[in-house]
Write a protein that binds this ligand. Structure first.
Ligand SMILES: Nc1ncnc2c1ncn2[C@@H]1O[C@H](COP(=O)(O)OP(=O)(O)OP(=O)(O)O)[C@@H](O)[C@H]1O
Length: 634
């Protein structure tokens, strides 16, 4: 060493604030589930081997003569340590600092903003977020990570160490073999994990689905010493074949569930799964899961989506979004293709005919799984709908070839149940349609309350006609694609003239015609008073308790959609409403009797309150209040 060179130095660095918070939460909330740390470490080791195998497709030298990838678990009962090691991709110093000192995952902001302080709820949330490496600190008072990246010189390894309190150190060290060895120094009350029996039991339970061999040193009973003695020979304690390649009949539900937790980085069990081998024009295997809960980044454009892609059992990439349409982005799992080249890139995926076949096939499988759930496990389907219904609705526009199947899977709130729970299917609705009814009626508004209190509903309630109550953001968009169901058009009850004639009896029709005639002069007066503000004024039979309402023409954008466009800063055309008045209402009689002096005020109040009831704002609310007060004082 020359004089100017300094010996490698150890550096102490602070954890990112979020990591500190996560560590604290994890240790305190996940205590009852502490053995999951082993699953997480094995899962990471397996991912590291997958990454190496992928990089080695182009650079076989990375194997450094050792192509047999494996994970090893060792323990020392005296020192109370456990070591999980792999010969995977490994980490450089900088990677260790970034990966084990910060959290740079989508959904991080949502995660921290949703924490409540309630241990159980927070534990659930941490599970959804992903526990990962940091879960080691649930059982360990100190963790050391010794790692060398594949292809880096032996002298360029790193030792990362921390007691999980707020800081960690990184020290340059030497390591002959590539990969990562993570040693946990167990807390005093966690010694039970430093046992061959315990480790085997936990590994079999949580990690049997891992496709690489998980090895431990053989142990045999030593009669002389009356204890289990470790041999120098390794034995593989899992089945070590990719789970999805095994026959369905050889896989237990427990193994399917554990595999899900590994691929989806979820803590919870999945809601459902589908596992198929497809042969023929295209050959692939799919194992796809529906999670129980929406990930925190479901609405995050940068969020994770899609499934893991394997080609002939070699891991190629995470989140291969081309393999499923975007409206199924909540699906997790694995697709293993026999046709794609190993060097496939995201760009190639976009163009590939094989990928298109896989995407179409996978979408169909997921829809079948959902249909099965809806039919045979309605409670599970309701849980699915609550979490992912809004995303599935996007499919009505995105996937025209499956629109009918998707339409059958949709669930809505309606006046039938009068609750905000979305449980009514279009088929349910159709089965309850009245004789002579040929349309599926709906009303859409910003909120469920606004929809269910819409004045437009009055006549429907009176006649016992069911109306769907739509208030999800995606609904208006969906309605522009979903125009009918089983030949029955979907019709907004806030648009156009109300065509309930088929449902009215002769006497009603006669009465309506007479009323329209009687109120003609009032209608004309209102038209003049509101000129420029409304498109038309007419008498309606759709109201029962309200004096007036506003509607728009059939082909025009609904006021609700207009407001959404305006809120999104988009140019929206000007749409003048049609004012409809209820001839049976006392207030209309009052307006009719108003003198010319106050008639203008009455007309304006009638329009303003109809706009308010519809869920819209007023351009000049203060003027409305002033006018109202004046009229109230009489
Ligand atoms: N054995 C390992 N070999 C190589 N890199 C590893 C290993 N273990 C962890 N890492 C790196 O550290 C990162 C962080 O791991 P961590 O377990 O916290 O999160 P994750 O695996 O990305 O996601 P999750 O928290 O959902 O499991 C990993 O993404 C990986 O880059």
């Amino acid at each position: 060493m020359t004089q100017t060179e300094t010996p490698p130095q150890s550096e102490t660095l602070g954890f990112q604030a979020e990591v500190k918070q996560l560590l604290h939460l994890m240790i305190h909330s996940l205590y009852s589930n502490k053995e999951i740390f082993l699953r997480e470490l094995v899962s990471n080791a397996s991912d590291a081997c997958d990454k190496l195998r992928f990089e080695a497709i182009d650079s076989p030298d990375l194997y450094e003569g050792d192509g047999e990838l494996r994970i090893r678990v060792e323990y020392d009962a005296d020192k109370k340590t456990i070591t999980v090691s792999d010969n995977g991709i490994g980490m450089t110093r900088d990677e260790a600092v970034a990966n084990l000192g910060t959290i740079a995952r989508s959904g991080t902001k949502e995660f921290f903003s949703q924490l409540t302080g309630d241990k159980q709820k927070d534990a659930q949330l941490i599970g959804q977020f992903g526990v990962g490496f940091y879960s080691s600190f649930i059982v360990a008072k100190k963790v050391s990570v010794l790692s060398r990246r594949a292809g880096a010189p032996e002298t360029e390894a790193v030792m990362w160490e921390s007691d999980g309190q707020g800081e960690f150190s990184v020290t340059p060290v030497e390591k002959a073999d590539r990969g990562t060895a993570i040693t946990l120094y167990l807390r005093d009350d966690e010694e039970e994990f430093a046992s061959g029996w315990k480790l085997r039991e936990v590994l079999r339970r949580y990690s049997d689905h891992i496709s690489l061999p998980i090895q431990m040193l053989k142990e045999e009973w030593d009669n002389e010493k009356s204890e289990l003695a470790k041999k120098s020979e390794w034995e593989t304690i899992n089945q070590a074949s990719a789970l999805w390649t095994r026959a369905k009949s050889d896989i237990t539900d427990e193994q399917y569930r554990e595999f899900y937790k590994h691929v989806a980085h979820d803590f919870d069990d999945p809601l459902a799964w589908t596992h198929n081998r497809v042969e023929g024009r295209s050959e692939y295997t799919q194992l796809l899961y529906i999670p129980k809960r929406a990930p925190l980044d479901l609405w995050d454009r940068e969020g994770r989506r899609g499934v893991k892609l394997y080609v002939k059992r070699v891991f190629i990439m995470d989140d291969a979004e081309q393999l499923l349409p975007a409206y199924l982005r909540f699906v997790r799992g694995v697709i293993d293709s026999a046709d794609l080249p190993l060097n496939v890139s995201r760009e190639i995926l976009q163009e590939s005919r094989d990928v298109r076949v896989i995407r179409e096939g996978s979408a169909k499988r997921v829809l079948s799984m959902l249909e099965d759930l809806a039919e045979n496990k309605p409670e599970d389907y309701a849980a699915f709908w609550e979490q992912f219904g809004q995303v599935l609705k996007e499919g009505t526009g995105e996937d025209p070839s499956n629109r009918e199947r998707i339409a059958k899977l949709l669930r809505f709130a309606s006046t039938h149940g009068d609750t905000s729970a979305q449980t009514v299917s279009l088929a349910d609705y159709v089965s309850r349609m009245k004789e002579g009814q040929d349309k599926i009626y709906y009303v859409s508004a910003e909120t469920y309350a606004a929809a269910s209190n819409s004045p437009h509903l009055e006549i429907f309630r009176k006649k016992g006609l069911e109306v769907l109550l739509l208030s999800d953001r995606v609904d208006e968009w969906m309605l522009s694609y979903l125009r009918e169901f089983e030949g029955k058009p979907l019709a907004s009850i806030a648009k156009g003239g109300l065509d309930l004639d088929a449902l009215a009896d002769e006497e009603e029709k006669k009465h309506q015609a007479e009323v329209a005639e009687t109120f003609k002069p009032l209608v004309e007066r209102l038209k003049t008073a509101l000129e420029g503000k409304v498109k038309d004024v007419r008498v309606t039979g759709r109201l029962v308790d309200s004096p007036a309402c506003v509607v728009v023409d059939e082909h025009e954008l609904s006021p609700h959609l207009l407001r959404m466009l305006q809120a999104a800063g988009q140019a929206a055309p000007e749409v003048k409403p049609i004012l409809e008045i209820n001839p049976e209402h006392g207030l209309i009689a009052k307006v009719q009797a108003a003198s010319d002096d106050t008639f203008g005020e009455w007309a304006q109040v009638l329009l303003d309150q109809a706009m308010l009831a519809e869920g819209g704002g007023l351009a000049d609310p203060a003027a409305f209040v002033k006018r109202m007060n004046k009229l109230l004082l009489g």
